[in-house]
Structures are given as C-alpha cells and as structure tokens.
Design a protein around this ligand. Structure first.
Ligand SMILES: Cc1cc2nc3c(=O)[nH]c(=O)nc-3n(C[C@H](O)[C@H](O)[C@H](O)COP(=O)(O)O)c2cc1C
Length: 312
C-alpha cells in the first residue's frame, strides 16, 4: 500500500498533515506522537516579530465546532528557527512553516528567514487569517493581492509555496487560480469562517475580539465543496481541511480532489487521531483494491444516473 503523495517537489510519506494553529510548533507533541510518522506538520503562523495575540477569552465551543480569535500569537520567525526547528529536525518531522505578514515586505522577509534555515520543507502562506486587522486576509480577499504576495514570495524563495486560502469569499476557485498563476506549488484550503457567538444573558460577544473563525465538523461540507470547485479550476495540488474528524471525512476531501488533508480542531479532541486515520485510510484502500492513495485523489464520480448513488 503506497500512502505517499507528491505536493510540488515535496514527497510526503502520507497525506496526513497537522493544521496550523492546532499543533503548536510541533515540539509540544513530540513526546506524545512520533512526529516523523505524519505526512507533515504546519507550524503556528509566524510574523517577523513576537506577537501577544488577543486578550482572553479567545475560544468558545460551538455546535459541532469552535470559534477562535487567537490573533496569531507567536514567537516570531527567528526565535522559531533558533528554538524550535532544531528539535523538529532531530525528530525527523516534515515541517511546513505558516508564514504571516502585515505587509508584502514582511511576507518576503519572513519567507527569506525561513528559507535560510535548515530543515524547512515548505512555506504555507497565510493570507487568510480572519482574526487580524492588518495584512493577511486583506491580501487573501483580493485577487490582485493574492497574486502579488505569492509572486513576491516566489521571487524570494526556492521552497515550495502553498498559499492558504480563505473561505470568506464568493468564488474561492478564482483565488486558487490567482495563486497558481503567481507560481504557487499547491494551495491549502480552507482557513476558518468568520463567525460570532453572543452570550444572551450579558449581551456580550463570547470572545474578546467580538468575531472569530469557525472550525470543526460544522464547516466540513462547505470546505469539501470548495475543494471540489478548486480541483476543477487549477492543476496544482490541493491540501484540504475543515472539520476532518474521522477516516470517512478525510476520504471525502481526497475524493473531492485534495492530495493531502490537514487536521486541526479534531486534534484538540483526540491527539491520537493520526494512527486511527492512517489505519482507516489503509483499510479503505485495501477494501477498494487501490494500491496508491494518490490514485484516489479527485476520483469523485459525477455521473447522474441513480444507480451510482447507492453505496456498495
Ligand atoms: C485555535 C486555532 C488556531 C489557528 N491558527 C491558525 C494559524 O496560525 N494559521 C493558519 O493558517 N490557520 C490557523 N487556524 C486554522 C486551521 O489551520 C484550519 O484551517 C481550520 O481550523 C479548519 O480546519 P479544522 O476544522 O480541522 O480545524 C487555526 C485554527 C484554530 C482552531
């Protein structure tokens, strides 16, 4: 059974990737999980400098999901390289760094620092965080902005670039195309959906930032639809995510067209989810006599006759 997948010039040993912001810098899990068994880990978003993020409360549980507005708290690119990357290297982790910026120049600067470091496999370009006021999603909500930031980072690094797209737009596929046209090696989707929860007794928002990003199973069908739309629009690989909590969820994304899948919120519920997903995907491939998981990518059957809708 071949579980490896190719994402641009990167070969991942399997399609399972820890999503940004839901797995710390990876090292926090190193004594719990063998990091080298994951396809890759994506770090928490990094700017050039340290950030405090928003004051608490920053997360609240919702039906089938959670709302967060962490505000991209982080240690900054240089401290990550000095303090976290050596251990990730020693543990054999495949590391994708989630690169943030308030300006185009900052995206380029962070990307250069990350590219000069030893042991980074690729850059996930975060142009989609809904929880910060400057930069970020302003690039990701503009086709020109998306094209410009990806082009600028493309010139600054030889590492694979994977822009992470926001679902908070009308036509996500056009953003995937802008990223592809600018030289992206793949796209990640989706980041969280802008949302809000109110405490009716106090009549106050339940998180300090008033609004935040919704994640978890509640968003999965929308995210699957968006992966499907992007798969029909771009040639580059897609890393799909949004509410994956079991094998069947991961398979939905793969069949819709995701070469790799990221797991975020579910990792908070079950940090041991990885082995279960790997075993589940392997069993599915055996049952369907598919030798390579890459052969399953984008195999959605769109015939409309009724018989194909009944599951065997
Ligand atoms: C607490 C929290 C922090 C997050 N931080 C980041 C981040 O720093 N950068 C980023 O690109 N996405 C971030 N995300 C978004 C996730 O990586 C992922 O795109 C989203 O949660 C959907 O996947 P899920 O439903 O499996 O969690 C964060 C999500 C959560 C819940």
């Amino acid at each position: 059974m071949d579980l490896s997948v190719r994402v641009g010039s990167l070969v991942l040993k399997n399609p399972l990737i820890a999503a940004s912001g839901c797995f710390g810098y990876g090292v926090e899990y190193a004594d719990t999980i063998d990091l080298s068994t994951l396809g890759a880990i994506v770090t928490k978003g990094l700017f050039m400098t340290e950030r405090e993020g928003h004051p608490p409360p920053r997360i609240v549980e919702t039906p089938a999901g959670m709302l967060n507005a962490i505000g991209l708290q982080g240690i900054g690119a240089r401290r990550f390289v000095d303090e976290k990357l050596p251990e990730l290297r020693a543990r054999g982790a495949t590391v994708l760094v989630n690169v943030c910026g308030t300006t185009l120049d900052e995206y380029v600067e962070v990307s250069k620092v990350i590219s000069d470091a030893e042991g980074v496999a690729g850059i996930e370009l975060n142009i989609s965080c809904p929880n910060i006021k400057e930069g970020g999603i302003q690039f990701g909500c503009s086709l020109t902005g998306t094209f410009e930031v990806v082009s600028a980072v493309r010139k600054a690094t030889a590492l694979p670039i994977i822009p992470k797209l926001t679902p908070n737009v009308t036509d996500v596929a056009s953003f995937a195309r802008a990223a592809e046209d600018a030289g992206a090696d793949a796209v990640s989707l989706v980041n969280t959906f802008l949302a809000m929860v109110i405490d009716v007794e106090t009549r106050r928002p339940k998180i300090s930032n008033v609004v935040g990003g919704l994640s978890g199973p509640a968003i999965r069908p929308i995210a699957v639809r968006m992966v499907h739309e992007c798969r029909q629009t771009v040639q580059i690989p897609i890393l799909g995510m949004g509410g994956i909590a079991d094998t069947s969820d991961a398979l939905e994304f793969i069949i819709a067209g995701a070469t790799g899948v990221q797991i975020g919120t579910a990792n908070f519920v079950d940090p041991f989810i990885w082995d279960k997903l790997l075993a589940g995907i392997t069993a599915y491939l055996q049952r369907h006599q598919i030798g390579r998981v890459s052969d399953l990518v984008g195999t959605l059957d769109l015939r409309t006759d009724h018989q194909t809708w009944t599951s065997s």
